[in-house]
Design a protein around this ligand. Structure first.
Ligand code: TPP
Ligand code: MG
Length: 795
């Protein structure tokens, strides 16, 4: 019987071979095809071959979840191939259409990726917030029938330049992080360069400061043995002092170069020289390359040695391009082996031409033993690691007492407050979070009812000291609000983790995050990745736009409606009235739970398979409309628009507005009523869904579904061709400008394009040209006719 370590060594070799071959093969195929090299990062993959072999074939359990560094994707796919969870076809099509993905992807790969990575730094933080999510779920008494998992990230050393990682570490410390391992692939190379000296010492200190255990994997077993030989202490001292670029350069140059350098610098004609001379060039290179991160016994000992649940950082010394001809070269990041180099590598791996994909080709242990080993790998036991959770029943309608004048932000707080009153499963599954703007985004009443979450209970001192306060700030394991520090990046990664709980923990949560609208930009890549991995959540952002008049400057969001329009996986709404908001929220709680099977053609959103929801809200109190919420109106609000005033057959002008600017639009309609016929008023609740439906219907028609009609096409069908459309919102005008293209109506789009001013609402609406008078002026210019009497000269 071959021993366990020997089999792991063989698998390590196989993994490196398969990953390198996958990249080489894809490039080779593509070259024949269109001459384009597809890249593939053989070097960047290779540095994690040993660590990932140890993890996946020995250390991991099915409940553990891993974020794999983007460029280690080929290693991951190779491991899954050996475990029978990745197909040869997809590997052959690596980086090709529908092939294995360049960077591990939860949604696009078929081999059980836990977290999508690609934008460096994000996967790392995702594991931290997934661990907090696991704690949240279990402390609420859910999912306790499954064992607790460790959330593990394989981190490139240069990834640690990304600030979001440090924001996460700080938050993790505050929240009592556990069960989280970060394994730093300390190859001391980034894309362009070799990293600064002594970085590991800063990391070690930093992690320890935040309560992490730090394990340094620096020397492999060969090196440790050599250090014990006479002269070994001198060798160790030399290694410790050797600058990173020099070490890398010598790794690349190989045995003879090591010999010369070591002899020149520490040769003593005594013990040290003997230690060097008794090794051949190949043996000397093997010794110097034998860093901790490539030495299976050291790696296994380090991982198996962790018996606690404290967050742990492993700093594993590795070599970028380990085992490959460009190992250590600073230019190797996107390096590819030439066919000649690949032949040498093939021979070294005992792989015959034509047998490159054979799982056990070139290995010495008998196939039956290898297969039996793979069949027993703990990580691969059990039916599926991707879990499911039943949907939570959601009420069709959400109650709210609508005041005569009210803002959507107040409405949002009031709706959640109402939900919070009830002792329902629905209310229990909601989890809210906010980066230090809980009170100012109106989550206060909800938090008063449901409490804050923490593993360790903390009483509200103001309450116990009987000092009156509007807010009850009590932390407990049952609390339903996670209070974050001011880091919007953390907010979106936490939403991403909470929003994947059904799949990761088998327990469905209904997450809601709040922040100020302009600061969406601060966490935009995190939001993008949350959507990319199909996490499900609601984000409510308020205040928004220049309606936040007094704050001025860049506190006033401009681009966010366009983000809402363009962000995949995120349905965006900007309601004007609280009854609309209540309809949208009821729909949203169901939408974030929708699965792939539910394809709706209601609005020709043909790809509609659920997703996350963005609510752009406002602090502006708006006079509310008393109306009955019919089923038809409810559907139209969700589809994106409805006629507040349906235009007649002779219509000359339509005003289409979105959000808190509704009173200006209504006023403008009144001002032009005497001088323009049949003016229409279109309330747009979601430019995003309206636009997506329109695009989908056009695509459907081009594919032969001649009757496909989108909601906006139906709404505008009876507007005569000569009529003009004025669009207006408190945000970038391009958000609604496309309305004119639906039926070819002349369109003038009003909105905000420039950084803010401070002032009153009236000042600012006038300044940016979104007040009633500006709407009238726009109507007059695109829908000529007699002068509109109420129009005043523009400033
Ligand atoms: C946010 C972001 N910026 C830039 C890149 C491009 N990029 C990909 S890998 C890389 C360097 C990574 O170095 P390291 O983390 O040390 O990994 P290694 O290649 O050494 O394995 C860069 C800059 C990226 N993927 N994401
Ligand atoms: Mg690196």
């Amino acid at each position: 019987m071959t021993d366990q370590l020997q089999i792991l060594r063989e698998l390590e070799k196989k993994v490196l071979w398969l990953a390198s071959w996958t990249i080489h093969n894809a490039n080779h195929l593509r070259e024949n095809d269109d001459g384009l090299k597809v890249g593939g990062h053989q070097a960047s993959s290779a540095s994690l071959a040993s660590i990932m072999t140890a993890l996946y074939f020995d250390v991991l359990r099915p409940q553990d979840r891993v974020a794999v560094k983007p460029h280690a994707s080929p290693i991951f796919h190779a491991i899954q191939y050996l475990l029978g969870k990745q197909t040869r076809e997809r590997l052959e099509n690596f980086r090709g259409y529908k092939g294995a993905q360049s960077y591990p992807s939860r949604t696009k790969d078929a081999d059980d990726v836990d977290f999508s990575t690609g934008s460096v730094g994000l996967g790392v933080a995702q594991t931290l917030f997934s661990s907090l999510t696991q704690d949240y779920v279990r402390m609420h008494g859910w999912g306790t029938d499954r064992p607790e998992g460790r959330m593990i990230s394989l981190v490139g050393d240069a990834e640690l330049d990304e600030g979001n990682i440090f924001e996460a570490i700080l938050e993790g410390w505050k929240q009592g992080l556990r069960n989280c391992w970060w394994i730093i692939d300390y190859n001391r190379q980034s894309l362009d360069a070799v990293v600064r000296e002594g970085l590991w010492e800063r990391y070690e200190q930093l992690f320890k400061n935040f309560g992490w255990d730090v394990v340094i994997l620096k020397y492999g077993a060969l090196q440790q043995a050599a250090f014990k030989e006479p002269g070994g202490a001198r060798l160790k001292e030399w290694i410790d002092k050797c600058p990173n670029p020099l070490y890398s350069a010598l790794v690349f140059a190989g045995g003879a170069a090591w010999r010369k350098r070591l002899n020149d610098e520490i040769g003593d004609q005594g013990d040290v020289s003997r230690l060097i001379e008794k090794r051949s060039d190949a043996e000397l290179a093997a010794l110097m390359n034998n860093l901790g991160g490539h030495d299976l016994p050291s790696i296994l000992e380090a991982f198996r040695g962790i018996k606690h649940d404290k967050p742990t950082c492993f700093i594993a010394y590795t070599i970028k391009g380990f085992g490959l001809p460009f190992a250590g070269h600073k230019d190797n990041h996107a390096g590819l082996m030439t066919p000649a180099q690949m032949d040498v590598f093939r021979n070294a791996n005992d792989v015959r031409a034509g047998h490159e994909w054979d799982r056990f080709e070139g290995l010495t242990a008998p196939e039956s033993e290898l297969q039996a080993f793979l069949d027993r790998v703990p990580f691969a036991q059990g039916a599926t690691r991707r879990l499911e959770a039943p949907r939570i029943a959601v009420p069709d309608m959400l109650n709210v007492t609508i005041q005569p004048t009210m803002s959507t932000q107040t409405g949002f707080g009031a709706i959640l407050n109402e939900i919070g009153r009830a002792d329902s499963e629905f209310a229990g599954r909601i989890v809210t979070t906010s980066p230090d703007v809980t009170v100012s985004t109106n989550l206060g009443p909800w938090v008063n009812r449901r409490g804050l979450f923490a593993r360790e209970a903390v009483a509200d001192t103001f309450k116990s000291e009987q000092i009156p306060s509007t807010f009850n700030w009590e932390f407990s394991r049952k609390g339903q609000h996670i209070e974050l520090g001011i880091a919007e990046a953390n907010l979106f990664i936490l939403l991403s983790a909470l929003g994947l709980s059904h799949s990761i923990n088998g327990v469905r949560l209904l997450p809601i995050g709040t922040l100020y609208d302009p600061f969406i930009a601060r966490g935009l890549d995190q939001l993008n990745y949350a959507c990319y991995q199909d996490a499900r959540f609601i984000v409510a952002s308020t205040p928004s736009g220049i309606t936040l008049a007094g704050e001025g400057g860049a506190h006033q969001s401009i681009a966010e409606p366009l983000i809402g329009l363009a962000q995949d996986g995120l349905a965006s709404f900007e309601p004007a009235y609280v009854d609309e908001l209540s309809v949208v929220m009821a729909w949203a709680f169901a939408y974030i739970q929708m699965g792939k099977e539910e394809v709706s053609e209601q609005n020709w959103l043909r790809g509609e398979t659920g997703g996350s929801v963005y609510l752009r809200l406002s602090t502006r109190p708006v006079e509310q409309i008393k109306r009955e919420m019919t089923d038809e109106l409810r559907q139209q609000i969700v589809d994106g628009a409805y006629w507040m005033r349906k235009p007649g057959p002779n219509c000359q002008v339509v005003v289409a507005y979105t959000g808190a600017i509704a009173p200006e639009a209504i006023e403008a309609i009144g001002l032009m009523g005497e001088d323009r016929r049949d003016v229409g008023l279109l309330a747009v609740t979601s430019a995003d869904r309206l636009n997506a439906g329109w695009t989908a219907a056009q695509r459907a028609r081009e594919r032969g579904l001649v009757h496909a009609r989108s909601h906006i096409e139906r709404l505008l069908a009876d507007v005569p061709p000569h009529a003009g459309i004025v669009t207006v919102l408190d945000g970038h005008p391009a958000t609604l400008a496309w309305l004119g293209a639906v039926n070819g109506h002349r369109t003038r789009s009003l909105g905000v394009e420039h950084f803010g001013q401070t002032g009153s609402l009236a000042d600012l609406y006038r300044h940016y040209g979104i007040d009633a008078n500006s709407i009238v002026a726009a109507a007059q210019s695109i829908a000529p006719g007699r002068p509109i009497r109420h129009l005043k000269a523009l400033p």
